[in-house]
Design a binder for this molecule. Structure first.
Ligand code: ES4
Ligand code: ZN
Length: 324
């Protein structure tokens, strides 16, 4: 089973590039950019990754991102992740980036996006990994700030396939971003949003009704509403589930309590993803191993999960030919 999981070609649909910053690279970039870290050793960093909820993680995640300063830094961050894709047999990945985390520190939007996309081009040529880029708005900031970010992104429109919504869910419902998502849809972007991670299943309904999204990121709280489960099944809306993230952030106390197997058995279009692998203790294969061991998944389950990812990706029909 272990080899089966490791060897099967996979697609990843929920991955924050800032969440792939490994402690080793954090140290290297801090040194290169003359930034003082709060930690003295790699072990000290790893010991700080003891989260009690989403916010306790986000505080450390935003703080870690401060070492990213130059285009080369964003290139290195992205290329390191693509090497992990290769090791995990992830052949296609759809990557989130959070421009506001960087523009708020006076790093140019251009620096961020060019560093990331140059690495993606090299990753395609040198590692044969195909990719798409999704720009997320930080939901703890205002809709006005999101509009400004969308405006800045337009210079690089051809590099961005979609728009997402992440950061602190509680208290920042989908309704707050209704207008900017409407604008993004008119501009031709694909739409996704984090919903039903810590927040109630109502946020999943709202994300579908008010934001018109194509996929739900997380969505694990759907299990608490029969009506929503039926809706997600009927429409085959993809859920990008992140098992190790959910246990690290105490959405579920134990992997044995995770809802992914129940959702899969019910017939939902669920996928497996790594979210912020450097912070949550594992890349794609680790996520598959964790649910397989705790929830007794079969080979058929694994195949279904992997197929769901490719089918729910934003790869075009023409691009799909390359995978066959
Ligand atoms: C995130 Cl796990 C998670 N949830 C919401 N926003 C995020 N940004 C990065 N990781
Ligand atoms: Zn996420």
């Amino acid at each position: 089973m272990k080899n089966f999981i490791n060897n099967i070609p996979k697609a990843e649909l929920h991955l924050h590039i800032e969440g792939t910053l490994e402690p080793e690279l954090m140290f290297k970039l801090a040194k290169r950019n003359n930034i003082k870290l709060e930690y003295k050793t790699i072990d000290e960093i790893k010991n700080a990754y003891n989260f009690t909820n989403l916010q306790s993680f986000l505080d450390i995640y935003y703080s870690g991102a401060k070492v990213l300063q130059t285009e080369q830094d964003f290139y290195d961050l992205t290329y390191e992740y693509l090497k992990k894709c290769k090791e995990n047999n992830v052949i296609h990945t759809e990557i989130f980036f959070d421009p506001q985390t960087h523009t708020a520190r006076n790093i140019d939007f251009k620096t961020v996006i060019l560093g990331i996309t140059k690495a993606l081009e090299d990753g395609k040529n040198e590692l044969a990994i195909s990719s798409k880029l999704i720009m997320c708005f930080l939901r703890h900031l205002s809709q006005e700030d999101a509009f400004k970010t969308l405006d800045e992104a337009m210079k690089f429109k051809e590099k961005i396939i979609g728009i997402g919504l992440d950061s602190s869910e509680l208290g920042n419902p989908p309704a707050k971003f209704k207008d900017v998502f409407k604008k993004a849809k008119e501009l031709g972007f694909k739409l996704v949003a984090h919903a039903g991670e810590e927040g109630s299943y109502e946020y999943i309904n709202d994300a579908l009704d008010l934001l018109n999204i194509h996929r739900i990121d997380h969505g694990v709280q759907a299990i608490n509403s029969d009506k929503l489960m039926q809706r997600l099944k009927d429409k085959q809306i993809a859920l990008t589930v992140c098992p190790l993230s959910n246990t690290k952030l105490k959405v579920f106390d134990d992997m044995k309590e995770h809802s992914i197997k129940q959702m899969l058995d019910y017939g939902l279009n669920v996928t497996v993803n790594s979210d912020d692998p450097s912070y949550f203790g594992g890349y794609m294969n680790d996520n598959f191993h964790a649910i397989t061991n705790s929830l007794n998944l079969t080979k058929e389950d694994i195949i279904k999960l992997v197929k769901n990812s490719f089918n729910s990706s934003f790869i075009t029909k023409e691009e799909k030919q390359n995978f066959i």
